[in-house]
Design a protein around this ligand. Structure first.
Ligand code: NAD
Ligand code: 6OD
Length: 472
């Protein structure tokens, strides 16, 4: 099988081409789907749950055995700091496989003893069946973390997969194929096709008749396009989409903890995490002090080469994405923002000037109706606004079409609990952000997603119950 077209994989830190990547055409996507279908009928389909879980644990071991290769590949593709890839992305990839190996091993059956009209009984119990071939489409911001977050439960439930990584970050999905083979995952269970979305590998995959389900992480608008593509074949979908996440900081918050927490929530991965905070609401008595402290902390973040161990902020993923972020910076000024820090492009005087860097940026002074307060920017940019009452803060935080995540900062845990319950989002953190337990439901309300993954929610999406009723 050959691909006639290739595309360039670019290092965002300096604009150099890392690799030419083969773009899958429709026939290659079809071959991948057929390989996945065939593998369902082979050794993989006959493994017991215990055996499947053991192989997933070997995949986790295999990722750890090649830890440095994964880190290097992820850093080159994304430009994220090596320290971040080493503490978050690659460890989570291994943890995803272990977590779902444990979860599938412990998963119970739903069972009911049923009384029959003739006074006898029947036993109902539901067994989990794999869905079949699952199409997995993922973005570029946390490539191996987000891929394995879907891949591990899909495999744990006995499915086979065809994965379409982002065109911006093809490396770690490819590297994972070698780990899969070494871990004894049979051929055809894990298939990777590279390419773009519309009229390319992504669309060919979602439209394929033999793909049984599609799980997708990416922009809300892309979710809409995929929904149309799967409508005719009624495939189940799981969507993890965009966000315009709010943080609410009450005057009684632990001030330093809140400043550090919001700085991380706004700027981690150069603001390219779906959970990042782009709107901060701070209670009026501490507003000015908070803005100054956040500006001081965030303005001091070390922006530089991703390969430097001390770097805290790398570049954005591409020049196109940088142009989008800078266009929001221009828009925010037109809309009346006061620029507290940043707003432009840093200068290094070396090869990093060819990278796609922007400065961490904080605004104040925008009306809630401003487009830059309403639309997802997905860069190191946040807007801070004051509030006077709890009700006002809740209303402002909820005034969005998105509904992914929120964070609340207060030492009054009664209030934290009360406000958290009123957030129209899938995930609310109190006095923390992006603190994960892989057993918990993860996903978004509104335009931030459809369905939940995590723990039993993932097992429920990636499998189908077959209820068996035995008359006793
Ligand atoms: P994107 O939607 O542009 O692309 C995501 C993936 O979809 C890529 O692999 C792309 O090639 C593919 N794709 C694009 N159009 C397609 C189509 N018509 N059919 C099939 N596949 C298609 O998103 P992105 O720019 O890569 O990622 C950033 C976005 O992802 C942000 O909106 C961010 O909030 C969101 N995101 C959400 C979560 C979450 O968990 N909710 C996590 C990470 C990122
Ligand atoms: O932590 C996770 O499981 C997860 N899905 C994180 C998503 C981050 C968004 O960029």
């Amino acid at each position: 099988m050959s691909c006639t077209r290739t595309f360039a994989d670019v290092n965002p830190a300096n604009g150099t081409v890392i690799a030419q990547v083969a773009e899958a055409d429709e026939s290659l996507v079809d071959a991948a789907v057929q390989a996945a279908r065939k593998a369902l009928r082979g050794e993989w389909g006959r493994l017991t749950v215990r055996e499947r879980a053991a192989r997933l644990r070997k995949v986790a071991d295999g990722i750890e055995a090649r830890f440095d290769c994964f880190v290097t590949a992820e850093v080159a593709d994304t430009g994220k700091p090596i320290a971040l890839a080493s503490r978050l992305d690659v460890p989570r990839a291994a943890a995803n496989f272990r977590a779902f190996a444990d979860l599938i091993s412990a998963a119970g059956l739903e069972a009911f003893q049923t009384e029959t009209p003739d006074g006898q009984s029947a036993l109902n119990y539901a067994v989990r069946k794999p869905l079949g071939v699952v199409g997995i489409i993922v973005p570029w911001n946390l490539p191996v973390l987000l891929l394995t977050w879907k891949l591990a439960p899909a495999l744990a439930c006995g499915n086979t997969v065809v994965v379409k990584p982002s065109e911006e970050t093809p490396a770690t999905a490819t590297l994972l194929a070698e780990v899969m083979q070494q871990a004894g995952i049979p051929d055809g269970v894990y298939n990777v096709v590279h390419g773009f979305g519309p009229n390319s590998a992504g669309e060919f995959l979602t439209q394929h008749e033999d793909v049984n389900a599609v799980t997708f992480t990416g922009e809300s608008q892309t979710g809409g396009a995929i929904m149309k593509a799967v409508a005719a074949s009624l495939k189940p979908v799981s969507f993890e989409l965009g966000g315009k996440n709010a943080a609410i900081v009450f005057a009684d918050a632990d001030f330093d903890e809140a400043v550090a927490g919001i700085s991380e929530a706004a700027f981690l991965n150069t603001g390219q995490v779906c959970l990042c905070t782009e709107r901060v609401y701070v209670e009026s008595p501490i507003f000015d002090r908070f803005v100054d402290a956040l500006a001081g902390k965030s303005g001091g973040l070390r922006v530089g080469s991703p390969m430097e161990k001390t770097t805290e902020l790398g570049p954005l993923i591409s020049s196109q994405h940088r142009e989008k972020v800078l266009s929001y910076n221009r828009l925010a000024r037109e809309e009346g923002a006061t620029v507290v820090i940043g707003g432009g492009v840093p200068e290094f005087g070396n090869s990093l000037d060819r990278g796609f860097y922007v400065q961490p940026t904080i605004y104040t002074g925008l009306p809630e109706s401003a487009r830059s307060v309403k639309e997802e920017i997905f860069g190191p940019v946040c807007h801070i606004a004051p509030f006077d009452t709890e009700e006002e803060a809740i209303n402002k935080a909820n005034d969005t079409k998105y509904g992914l995540a929120a964070s609340i900062w207060t030492t009054n845990l009664k209030r934290g609990h009360r406000v958290a319950q009123q957030m129209n989002v899938g995930i609310t953190w109190v006095n923390c952000w992006f603190l994960r337990d892989l057993r918990t439901p993860f996903g978004g309300a509104g335009r931030s997603g459809i369905g939940r993954e995590g723990g039993v929610h993932s097992l429920n999406f990636y499998s189908e119950p077959n209820n068996i009723c035995i008359r006793l």
